[in-house]
Write a protein that binds this ligand. Sequence first.
Ligand code: HEC
Length: 139
Amino acid sequence: MKLFQIRLMTISMGMLLVFSFSTIIQAQTAGVWNIPAKYKPMKNPVSKSKESVANGKDLYAKHCKSCHGTAGLGDGPKAASLDVTCSDFSSKKFQALADGEIFFQMSEGKGKMPSFKKLIPEDNDRWGLIHYLRTMAAK
Ligand code: HEC
């Protein structure tokens, strides 16, 4: 019986350790993206048009607004319950990213940011959505 209790304690302490480490690692890497080099020079295959921006706006309302907020400031209703910030699409820092880098981020996701490869399965819908994100730049 004693041996069983010791084993149980060792297991639960081990689990606690793993849990706290993963929390630390997640906090440290929030905001840091490892984007493979091939994405930066990629050219957006969808051109900016009334249609692509309108389609992007619809997709944004359906898939992104809950966290990123109406104007992309990262203040959507779901954002408050996350332990990381949802970025600010109006910022210079965000707008300085290349289309290909943003395409990678929304396709693959990271941590609390979902991967949209399957949720928005057409590559061109994800590329087109970037044109809508560009309209959020601070003026
Ligand atoms: C469940 C909440 C949630 C949803 C829904 C969501 N995101 Fe995010 N997004 C995040 C979080 C949190 C981050 C920051 C992740 C990090 O840095 O670890 C993020 C980061 C990003 C980034 C990187 C920004 C930067 O400054 O580098 C892009 C691009 C992005 N999201 C696009 C989108 C798009 C486009 C959609 C909709 C198709 C979307 N997100 C939906 C939570 C969300």
